[in-house]
Design a protein around this ligand. Sequence first.
Ligand code: PBG
Length: 327
Amino acid sequence: MATFPTKRLRRLRYNPTVRDLVRETILTKNDLIYPLFVVPGEKVKHEVRSMPGVFQMSIDVLVEECKEVEKLGIPGVILFGIPDHKDEVGSGAYDPNGIIQQAVRAIKKETKKLLVITDVCLCEYTSHGHCGVLDGEKILNDETVELLVKESVSHAEAGADIIAPSDMMDGRIGVIRKVLDEKGFTEIPVMSYAVKYASGFYGPFRDAAESTPAFGDRRSHQMDVANSNEALREAESDIEEGADIIMVKPAGAYLDIIWRVKEKFGMPTAAYQVSGEYAMIKAAGRNNWIDEERVMVESLMAIKRAGADMILTYFAKDVVKYLDKNR
Ligand code: PBG
C-alpha cells in the first residue's frame, strides 16, 4: 500500500469539481418529509414560540401550504393534529370527523402526488397528555393498542397514504397491519416509529402539539437513551410485525443507532430530526453564533451518511431553497 509522499488524500479535494466527483453522500429533495401541525379554526397561522418558522395552521392555510410543498418537490408531509377538545381516552384521534381526518381529505382533494403521512398517537388528544389510556398513573398497553388501531383505520379511510404510529406501545404494528388489511388497506404502508427514545429533544414539539404530559413522563414506553442493543430488538419486532419503514428518533444525537439499524436490517430507514434539534440550530443561527444554513445542511448530511433513506425535518422547505440556489 502506498504511503506519503506517494499517497496524498488532498489530491481529491483539489477543487470543487473534483470534490463533486468523489462525494459519497448526496442530499436531495426526495429525502425529505415535512412535519405540519393542524389546529381548528379558519385563517389560523400561529408561529410556535420555540420553533421559529414553524406554524400551527388551520385546514384552509394547511392546504395552501401543502400545495406549495408539492410544488417545491418535497415528496411528503407528516401531520400532527391538535383537536378542539381533549378527553381521557383521546376520542378526537379516531373521530371520523376529527381534525386530522378532515385535514387529510382536504389536502388529498387539492394536491396530486404529495404523500400524506399521519402520525398515530393519543398524546395530542388526551386531556392528560399521555400516549395511551390510563389506570391511575399507569399507561395501559393493550387497551391503548385497540384505540391506535381505530385511529389508523380512520386515517386510512380519510385517504392517508402512509400510517406512522409514534406511540411505542408493544405489539401495535402487528395489530394495525392486520386490521388495515382486513379493511382493504393492503397497499397502505406502515412507517413505524420503531426506535423512539424518551428524549429531552422533543421539548419544543410539545409547545407545537400542546401535548405535554400533565404528570410524569414517557419513560415507561419510550426507550432509555442509554440503550443501543435494545434498539435492534425494537426494530426487529416491528419488522416481524409488518412495518414497511423503520424510524429512529431523534436523529442527530443517535447517528450510531441509525447506522446499526440500517446495517443489521437493511430496511428502508427514516430518521426524525426533531423539534429540539431544529430549535437549537435556529437559535444559534439567529444569534449569529453559527451559520444556520451551513449547519442545517451538515446536520442532514450526517443523518443521511449514517444510513437514513429519508429524513423528517422542519427544515425541509429551507433545504429545497438551498438546493435550488446551489444547483
Ligand atoms: C408523539 C410524537 C412526538 C413527536 C412526534 N410524535 C412527541 C413525543 O413523543 O413526546 C416529537 C417530534 C419532535 O420533537 O419534533 N405523537
